[in-house]
Design a protein around this ligand. Structure first.
Ligand code: PHE
Length: 455
């Protein structure tokens, strides 16, 4: 249902919201980010810490964001203003979220552009157009990157101009099972190849010697990124929720779904890396022991594997995989754009269409710069993802725990979950939001800043 700009949209069905939120969560963070982080950071040791971050920090923060959103029915800036009687400091949390949304989207669209380019790479390779395949497959080609980035940005803008769309809800519902099916088929195939079990060993056997402050930050940053937390994406999505929805139950589904897809993607990508290694591709730097170019790993190793499968089937797997990866990225990028767009709509009275084009165009320009200067991806990941999102999460916890107060949030959560104040969830959530999560996030952030500047 198209929503008139004057009234805020709402999700049509319970499952529609869960799928939209899961669509926001499941994206490049799961299929591109998680496996490369696991490989970089001691395999299963990283996974354990990551799970801990998702369940103990991420899930409670997700409930917090949804409660703030549904209570205020506003974008992050408006939401914090509304709950604090216009307190300037509180609205900064919202502004920080809007900024993180813009900056994360600006590199997200570049990587998403690569996934689209690789659809063509697989096709060209199959039809023996080798020069064309090399051209679209070259991650360092600025003009080509910029073109695909802008195209992806355009798709994102078009969806967001339509508002809280039934089309997206329906599309997500159809696409997610297909994505899982393709991932599973690929895993089964890759397991038959030489070297795959080495990858499994890395995935399941923890190497705790790699655990240090920076690994904790990576795991926490990855948890926030993958669950779309810390910048108000779920405040915004929560603002379109009706009072009948059980926020806690929905957050639990989204968290579990997101973790599940990350693990499945890891079971594919890590063994695939070792298969490539067994076939003679060097994936580790012999001097440092680090992975070569972890940013591009998915785009180096997976195509290699599809080419090894060869023939029509190899091409079909490759094309389908990159289309689905692109669509998973799209359902996330729309939520990244929706945050600054809803801010411009609500706070500056701009019409939705105009707002989406304005913000999207602006992000597109930064995206073009990133397309030519790829080192910005690492920089933006460090500032806005690894530090920015946990910092946002910390402020959300402190604001909710000590300013708005957990009792008030629980009153909001009671709508759709009438027994919330009787069960164990209440006490778990209060302890997490008021004490454990903020302390954990603060410790990790302080350690990082310490190692960056003083160690
Ligand atoms: N969760 C998305 C992913 O895993 C990225 C994202 C981050 C989306 C923050 C919205 C907000 O790819």
């Amino acid at each position: 249902m198209a929503t008139p700009s004057s009234s805020r949209g709402t999700w049509n069905t319970k499952i529609g919201f869960i799928l939209a939120a899961a669509g926001s969560a499941v994206g490049l963070g799961n299929i591109w980010g998680f496996p490369t982080q696991v490989a970089d950071n001691g395999g299963a040791a990283f996974i354990l810490i990551y799970l801990f971050c998702c369940l103990l920090v991420g899930f409670p923060v997700m409930v917090a964001e949804l409660a703030i959103g549904r209570r205020t029915q506003k974008n992050p800036v408006g939401a914090f203003k509304a709950l604090s009687n216009g307190n300037k400091f509180a609205s900064l949390i919202g502004y920080w979220g809007v900024l993180c949304g813009i900056m994360i989207l600006s590199f997200y669209v570049v990587i998403s552009g690569w996934t689209l380019a690789y659809v063509f790479e697989e096709l060209f390779y199959y039809f023996n157009y080798d020069t064309a395949a090399l051209y679209v497959g070259d991650l360092g080609n600025g003009p080509k990157n910029a073109a695909f980035t802008l195209f992806f940005m355009l798709l994102t803008i078009l969806v967001v101009t339509g508002g809280v769309s039934k089309g997206i809800e329906r599309a997500t519902k159809m696409l997610m099972p297909v994505l899982i099916a393709i991932l599973l088929i690929l895993i089964v195939y890759i397991m038959t190849l030489e070297g795959a079990t080495d990858g499994l060993a890395m995935f399941f056997m923890p190497d705790f010697s790699t655990v240090d402050g920076s690994l904790l930050l990576s795991a926490l940053g990855q948890a926030f990124f993958s669950l779309s937390l810390g910048m108000g994406a779920l405040i915004t999505y929560g603002s379109y929720l009706n009072k009948k929805q059980n926020i806690v139950e929905s957050a639990a589904y989204v968290t579990i779904f997101d973790i599940g897809i990350a693990i499945i993607a890891g079971l594919l990508v890590i063994p695939a890396m070792f298969v490539a290694q067994a076939a003679g591709v060097q994936i580790f730097n012999p001097e440092t022991g680090d992975l070569f170019s972890s940013v591009t790993l998915v785009f180096d190793v997976l195509p290699e594997m599809f080419h090894n499968v060869g023939g029509f089937i190899g091409m079909l797997l490759g094309v389908t995989f990159f289309i689905l990866l692109g669509l998973a990225a799209l359902t996330s990028s729309i939520s990244l754009l929706e945050v600054p767009t809803s801010y411009v709509i609500d706070e500056h009275g701009v019409q939705r269409k105009k707002a989406a084009w304005l913000v999207g165009g602006f992000v597109g320009i930064i995206g073009v710069v990133v397309s030519f200067e790829l080192s910005l991806i690492d920089l933006f990941v460090e500032i806005f993802n690894e530090v920015g999102l946990p910092l946002g999460g910390l402020m959300i916890c402190l604001f909710l725990g000590y300013f708005w107060k957990t009792e008030n949030a629980l009153l909001e959560i009671q709508d759709g979950y009438p027994t919330v104040n009787d069960g164990k969830f209440r006490i778990f959530w209060i302890i997490m939001i008021k004490f454990i999560s903020p302390v954990l996030i603060a410790l990790v952030l302080i350690t990082t800043i310490w190692t960056l500047f003083f160690a």
